[in-house]
Each structure stands twice: as C-alpha cells, then as structure tokens.
Design a protein around this ligand. Structure first.
Ligand code: 6YU
Length: 498
C-alpha cells in the first residue's frame, strides 16, 4: 500500500464508511494505514462482518454466511491475510493446494437418492453429470459475443432439449431429474432464483483464481476480528443505521451529510457506501438525496441479487457413504421444461438440491449442510424452526427410505429477511454488462469541482470477483486507494476552502 506524500494533506479529510462488512473494514484499514486519522464506520447492526457470520450448532462451528476462500492462492488477498493471521489448516498452505486450478475443487464424491427412496449407482449418473457440466461450461463462453439466448437458463434448456429431447421416456425422466438438480445447484452457486435471470453474455465475467477452496477451521469471523485489530479503537459505531446520505451540497464546507436513523447528522468530505446490492435496490430512493444518477440506477436494477440459504442438519451417526462429499436428491417426477415455478407452500422443499457433508468428521461429527436458493428459500425463512425441521426430516426419510431417521439439531440461515442484507449475493442479471458493474462502483458526482463525495464498494461492485469475500475486500481497498491517489495529486480540500 502506498503511503500519501504529504502527511498533513489527508489529516483534515473526514471519511465516513457505511457498513462494517469486509468491504467497509478493508477500506478503513487501508485508509488508516495510509495516515488518514478521521475515518469512521457506521454499522446498522451490533456486530461487524455482515455476510461473514460464524455461528454454533451444538459443539460445532458453522458458517451462516460465507463458507470458503474461493481460489486460495497468492493473488487472493483473503488467503494472504488468513495465512498472515494464522487462521488456516496446514493443507491449505501447501504449494500444491495453491496451484491446483480446477475452478475451486475437483468434482465432489456424490451420493444420489431419489424421491422413491432409492440410492442410485453413481456410475450410471456420472456421464449425465459430466454432460451437464459441459453445457454449463459452454454457457460461460459468450462474454462480448453475440448471445443466442438472453439467459443462461434458456441456453441450458435448449441444449438439454437438443441433446435428450428425443430420448425414450425412462431415459428422459432420469435426465430431467439430473438436469433439474444441476439447475438447483447452480441457483445456489449463483445466488439466483432461476438461471433464466442470469445474463448469458455476462455469465463469463466471473473469474476464478487457482487454489483448492478452503475454510477457516475456527470460523470466517476470525478474519474480521483480526482486521478490526488494525483499526484504532472505536472506529466502528454500532447500532447506527444510516437513513440518508445528502451529497452535492456545494454551499457548506463539507459537501456530504450522513443522517442516521436516530436523527444524528454527521458531516463528511467523503462517504464510502458498502451496503449490499439488495439493500441498495430496496432503499436507494430514500438513501440518497439528491437521487442517484439514472445510469447508475439502471445498472443497480440490471445487476441481480438473490437468496441462497443453508440448512444445517446434525445426526448421531452417518447414513451416507464414508467418502461421500455431496448428496443429490433427485425428484423423479420433475420435468425441467415445465417445473420452473414451484408452488411455494406445498413444494418449497423441492428446491433444496441436497446436502454437502461437512468434513473432517473428527471436527464436525455427522453434520450436513443443505442448500436452497430462490423464492422457495425466501419462503422457507418465514416458517418456524419446527416447521423447517419437520419438512427436512420428512424429506430425508422419503429419499433414504428410512422412516425413523431423525436429525439431532437443525439450524438455517435467513438472509433475505435480514433487513440490512436483503438477500445473499449478486449475480450478473439479464442484459447486464461489464459497464454496469463499473457503473455500480463509479463515485459521485461524476462531474464538478468536488469529486469523490460518495464512493461505492461491496462485493457487487467488483467487475470479476462479485459474490465473493475477496471481491468485497478488494473493492474496499480500491475505494481507499481512490481517495489516497486523490490526496496524492490534489490540494487538501479543507485547506483550499479556507
Ligand atoms: C465467499 C463463500 N458463500 C454464502 C452465503 C452468503 C454469502 N458469500 P456485507 O453485506 O457483508 O456488509 C455490508 C454491511 O453494511 C453489513 O454489516 C450491514 O449490516 C451494513 N449496512 C446495511 N445497511 C446499512 C445502513 N443503512 N447503515 C449502516 N450499515 C448498513 N463468499 O468468498 N465464499 O463461500 C461465500 C456465501 C449464504 C450470504 C456468501 C461467499 C458472499 C460473501 O459473504 C459476500 O460477498 C461478502 O461478505 C460481502 O461483503 P460486503 O462488505 O460487500 O457486504 C457468473 C457467476 C457467478 C458465480 N458466482 C459464484 C461465486 C460463488 C460465491 N459463493 C458463495 C457461496 C458461499 C457459500
């Protein structure tokens, strides 16, 4: 990180950061390291971390939000910090781990169960699974090219029909249940209700880094705790939701006023907004005065933001194969061309694609993590713990054919109804382009004598690592660097006003 040339220049700058997730904290750390002394984070809730949230289920540590370091290698700042803070298992640090370039992980060892309680022979399904993955890979090749379909979902449906449309009824039924399951998995990966909402051209914008995805054995929040130690005490003001950011006030000394829910008003020279895209979509009209420029608003609307939730289910003993890493639940009656929208009340549970197995067993015992995206997942959040536990128990009994299997504990996340997040993470929506992602991160005002009044960071503003922790972290550093460069090349606005 470059330090600013003149120590006195930046000292007068009053910087307010909205949101104490990883983007906000990393911006504050970078600014503080560069010598800025008037940096404050306003956080709506009583904790830091935002979508990084570690919880407990019995004796187990579980991640309610972000799970993995995606692509843990030298170019991933989350990996570098986690290594520096001593937060990783030794395997994650090996050079072999860092150089494996397999899009995160080699295919997980699967188990397949069907809705009539049969466990399928994996060998029979693998060729189908591979064919699905090939179609999926193909869908990420349209960036900057002519799109034969507007969305990833439509492309996959057309390819699947082309490939298997004429197959006999038995084969078609199996194919459709596997493809349908793959679509549910991808909805979780991308945080969307349906792949029909993801732009085909923009799908390839997301980039992976080398390295085998790894986790934090003692919890992702360790990263947040260590980062906070790099800030002066009391940098973060908790339980302080920001209601409105008044910008472009050229009459007063500080061009921005931040108003909190309790009526407190703070002046600032620069504000870095790191709230989620979901929050921005919902509250932009009241959060900014004057309103956001139209081109920025259109980009906020085009970029997608959806829900992916986890349902942790603990058992006394394993009923899956020892080497099983993921289990897929295949509904035999499913037709991917028809079953696009499920009846929420009666069928929400069908959107759960299955479970990943938390490993190693010595650390987690017999713990599964179910994954569910989209509107069904949002509906699931409205049910009581008891209703969710009952539905999960019935589902597992049906698919395993074992009528007495009973979970010991169940815990689910509720990201859509979290008022400060409004969902899980962003995805490139239909009609979305690289320019839209750039527009999201563009500071305000775009012209005039007082630039950089309102800056934007957060995972959704990263052009190729959106939806990730490293994308969020890099976006915070990017906006800090923008201010640092500004003060390196211009005169101090406070002094110039005197
Ligand atoms: C990753 C992973 N991972 C699972 C689940 C979730 C996410 N991610 P924050 O929201 O954190 O901070 C904003 C703060 O602002 C917050 O504290 C608010 O309270 C506060 N705030 C809001 N309004 C305010 C107001 N008015 N006033 C004051 N404060 C206010 N990422 O790297 N690995 O395994 C997962 C996963 C269930 C929910 C994830 C994962 C996403 C990250 O968690 C997320 O990006 C960052 O934490 C966001 O940080 P931030 O600071 O920006 O916002 C094409 C294609 C695409 C392919 N995509 C595939 C990528 C796969 C991503 N996968 C994720 C999967 C999991 C499982």
């Amino acid at each position: 990180m470059d330090t600013v040339k003149s120590g006195s220049t930046q000292r007068g700058a009053k910087i307010v950061i909205v949101g104490s997730g990883v983007a906000g904290i990393s911006a504050a750390v970078a600014l503080t390291a560069a010598g800025f002394t008037d940096v404050h984070i306003l956080e709506a809730t009583g904790r830091s971390g935002g979508r990084i949230k570690t919880g407990r289920l019995g004796d187990n540590i579980v991640e309610i939000g972000a799970n993995w370091i995606h692509g843990p290698s030298e170019d991933n700042p989350v990996f570098c910090l986690a290594r520096q803070y001593g937060l990783l298992d030794p395997e994650a640090l090996t050079p072999e781990n860092q150089t494996m370039d397999v899009g995160g992980h080699p295919p997980w060892v699967p188990n397949y169960f069907t809705s009539s309680g049969r466990k399928l022979d994996v060998e029979c399904i693998l060729p189908l699974q591979m064919a699905c993955l090939e179609i999926l890979d193909e869908s990420s090749l349209f960036e900057g090219k002519e799109e034969p379909f507007p969305s990833v979902g439509e492309f996959i449906h057309s390819k699947a029909t082309e490939k298997w449309g004429d197959a006999d009824t038995v084969t078609r039924s199996l194919v459709f249940s596997v493809v349908s399951n793959m679509l549910k998995v991808e909805c979780c990966v991308n945080g969307t209700h349906s792949l029909d909402e993801i732009g085909l051209g923009a799908f390839g914008l997301y980039k992976t880094l080398p390295g085998l995805d790894c986790t934090f054995p003692k919890g992702y929040e360790g990263l947040i705790k260590n980062l906070l130690l790099e800030l002066p005490p009391d940098t973060v003001k908790y339980n302080c939701p920001v209601r409105c950011i008044e910008w472009n006030d050229t009459e007063t000394e500080s061009p921005v006023v931040v108003e909190c829910e309790d009526g407190t008003r703070m002046t600032a020279d620069h504000v870095i907004v790191t709230v989620s895209l979901g929050y921005l979509k919902k509250h932009h009209s009241t959060l900014f005065r004057p309103p956001l420029p139209l081109h920025k608003l259109h980009s906020i609307q085009k970029q997608g933001f959806g829900t992916n939730n986890k349902i942790f289910v603990e058992f006394d003993s394993a009923w899956w194969d020892d080497d099983c890493e993921v289990m897929h639940f295949l509904w035999e009656d499913e037709n991917l061309l028809v079953d696009k929208e499920l009846d929420l009340q009666s069928s929400w549970i069908k959107k759960l694609f299955g479970f990943t197995v938390l490993k190693p067993i010595e650390r987690y015992g017999h713990l599964l993590c179910g994954w569910m995206a989209g509107h069904e997942s949002e509906y699931m959040e409205t049910l009581s713990d008891q209703e969710v536990t009952q539905a999960i128990t019935q589902l597992i009994r049906r698919f395993t054919g074992n009528p007495i299997l009973t979970p010991k504990r169940v815990l689910r996340s509720q990201w859509f109804h979290n008022p400060w997040t409004c969902g899980s993470y962003s995805f490139p929506g239909k009609g979305c382009s690289l320019q839209d992602l750039k527009n999201l991160g563009e500071p305000l005002p775009t012209t005039g004598s007082q630039p950089l009044q309102v800056l934007f960071a957060g995972e959704a503003t990263h052009p190729c690592f959106f939806s990730t922790v490293h994308g969020a972290l890099l976006s915070g550093r990017r906006e800090a660097d923008r201010l640092i460069s500004h003060f390196n090349t211009s005169t101090d606005p406070v002094i110039s006003k005197l």
